[in-house]
Design a protein. Sequence first.
Length: 93
Amino acid sequence: MCSPAGTPAAETGTTAVRRTHPGVRATACQFEAVTSAVPFREQKVPVYGMYPFTVKRDMLKRMHGTDEHIGVETLRQGTETVYQLLAGLRTEA
């Protein structure tokens, strides 16, 4: 079961990614926290997860390992993405 695409929340997330990652396409992917979303989705509450930074192949290999890290610029860009997402959701309310 997936949350619907095209909702205001999903569109706000896409807009945040476009603003902070010019030229990068926001895509749906299997998110490891998906099992936490099941009870919400069963109640028809859409749940969306995101990596607020560009995930590169080498990052996926290190994820949850002894060498897991992201660079300072990646952290800055991800923080700005989350800010843009929250600011967008705030203006929807």
